[in-house]
Design a protein around this ligand. Structure first.
Ligand code: PLZ
Length: 452
């Protein structure tokens, strides 16, 4: 058997293809989708899912697909994870909604207590709950502006923080996130990201030079005294799983502290065991002033949070933060069950095992195929960057799309990422067993044979 740490219900943990992908029923549903759903809402792989668990998605045609995406880093504890299912069922029977701002309930408070304890830093903390990652980011900025009395926010190249107006402004990439949707929120300033693989003078110079450019740009173009916050994904997600050099985040955070600027870590994609620790900041010994979480927090139910130092979070006037659904009781019940699952099943450890399984195999592939320019990531957040090859680092989005499409056709759900669309990323559920993951990687290897 495999190392799958979690019970996977009745779904056979095996890739089974009974039709072409997508199958006929999925194709019919896709036709309905096209005439019912806005064309603005895309679908990466139009296979319609009926059930899911462990590391498998079962589609409406009966195909079992290997899930290497977790619905973009959400089903970290697995899909329909047993503890989450029973917590949700019993909460739904008790009550579904009161609005925490009207008549509160214990589970919201309990989720905040868990977040305050689990996030980096030992000091007194407070949290607030929201529905989506973008909403959490918006609120982190609101808090930072009130606390500092300043307005400017510094964000990085390749950043992704959401699709609402303020978070579109924070997000770096134009297509598809921003094109035509402006004007964007003001007082957002962008600085280069420490991106070792593409640093112009080489990876060895990246940490120092990126830090110097950051300091100089904030000084000359923003003015430290105007900056409320610097927001960064400790490992960038949509931008291409960019891992900054060791020590870089700490330097930025310390510099922010010196200047009274809040350091906001957006851990919506990289948090909650994904990188082999509770939060990506933990690897670097960085304690952010504010941290945004979402995705993996609640086993698939919509929940997100802002957590931070008590004095910062409590600086906001009563009633200044909230929303009808934020911290919905069903989502909170799911979060408590997901967190318990992560702790009991040591899912941080499982993420490290997945890294140990993936990295040697991805590096092996990179040796065979020189179009793989870089292998990077941490825990169960791993990626390969595809380039022209033969020493030419020109991004290769065409090949990336071909490899991705081949994996899909063989029943392996992979995702792409990257500002240049040339990154293939792996975000398996931590409930997927080794056999499945190895099979998924076999298909990725075959995809390179077929596409190059
Ligand atoms: N911050 C770091 O990764 C969401 C977006 C997919 P929401 N990433 C997946 C897409 O194309 O919309 C994300 C993230 C980081 C914020 C967000 C936003 O989270 O829950 O999608 O609002």
């Amino acid at each position: 058997m495999t190392n799958a740490p979690i019970e996977t219900g009745h779904i056979e943990q095996r890739r089974i293809l009974v039709t072409a992908i997508p199958g006929p029923r999925s194709q019919l549903l896709q036709e309905r989708k096209l005439s019912a759903v806005s064309a603005g809402v895309g679908t990466g792989l139009p296979v319609y899912v009926e059930r899911a668990g462990g590391g498998i998605l079962v589609d409406v045609d009966g195909n079992h697909l290997i899930d290497l995406g977790s619905g973009i880093a959400v089903t970290t504890v697995g899909n329909a994870a047993p503890r989450v299912v029973s917590a949700v069922q019993s909460q739904v029977e008790d009550f579904t909604h009161t609005c925490f701002m009207v008549t509160p309930y214990e589970k919201y408070v309990e989720v905040c207590e868990r977040l305050n304890a689990l996030t980096p830093g030992d000091g007194e903390k407070r949290s607030a709950l929201f529905n989506s990652g973008a909403e959490a980011v918006e609120n982190a900025i609101k808090v930072a502006r009130v606390f500092t009395g300043r307005t400017a926010v510094v964000a990085f190249e390749h950043a992704y923080h959401g699709r609402t107006n303020l978070t579109m402004a924070l997000t770096a990439k134009n297509m598809p996130y921003k094109q035509g949707f402006g004007p964007f929120a003001s007082e957002i300033y962008r600085v280069p990201m420490a991106y070792p693989y593409r640093w112009p003078t080489g990876a060895d110079h990246c940490a120092d030079e990126a830090f110097e450019e950051f300091v100089s740009l904030v000084h000359t173009q923003v003015g430290e005294q105007n900056a409320a916050a610097v927001i960064i994904e400790p490992i960038q997600g949509e931008g291409g799983f960019i891992v900054p050099p060791a020590g870089y985040l700490k330097r930025i955070a310390d510099w922010c502290t010196q200047h009274g600027i809040l350091f906001i870590a957006d851990e919506i994609q990289c948090g909650f065991c994904r990188t082999g620790d509770w939060f990506a900041c933990d690897h670097e010994g960085v304690v952010p002033d504010l941290i945004t979480t979402g995705k993996g927090i609640a086993g698939g139910l919509p929940l997100a949070a802002v957590t931070g130092r008590a004095e910062v979070m409590d600086s906001v006037h009563g009633g200044g933060l909230g929303g009808t659904y934020g911290g919905n009781p069903v989502a909170c019940a799911a979060a408590l069950a997901a967190i318990e699952t992560m702790q009991t099943e040591d899912l941080c450890g499982r993420a490290r095992e997945i890294e140990a399984l993936f990295l040697p195999r991805l590096r092996g592939l990179a040796e065979r195929f020189d179009v793989i320019g870089d292998v990077r990531g941490r825990g169960a957040m791993l990626a390969i960057e595809l380039v022209a090859g033969g020493g030419d680092k020109a991004p290769n989005p065409t090949l990336t799309a071909a490899v991705n499409a081949y994996c899909h056709s063989q029943g392996v759900v992979t995702l792409t990422a990257g500002t240049f669309g040339n990154v293939l990323r792996f975000l398996p559920p931590l409930s997927a067993g080794d056999d499945l993951l190895n099979e998924g990687l076999d298909i990725v290897g075959q995809a390179f044979v077929a596409s190059t």
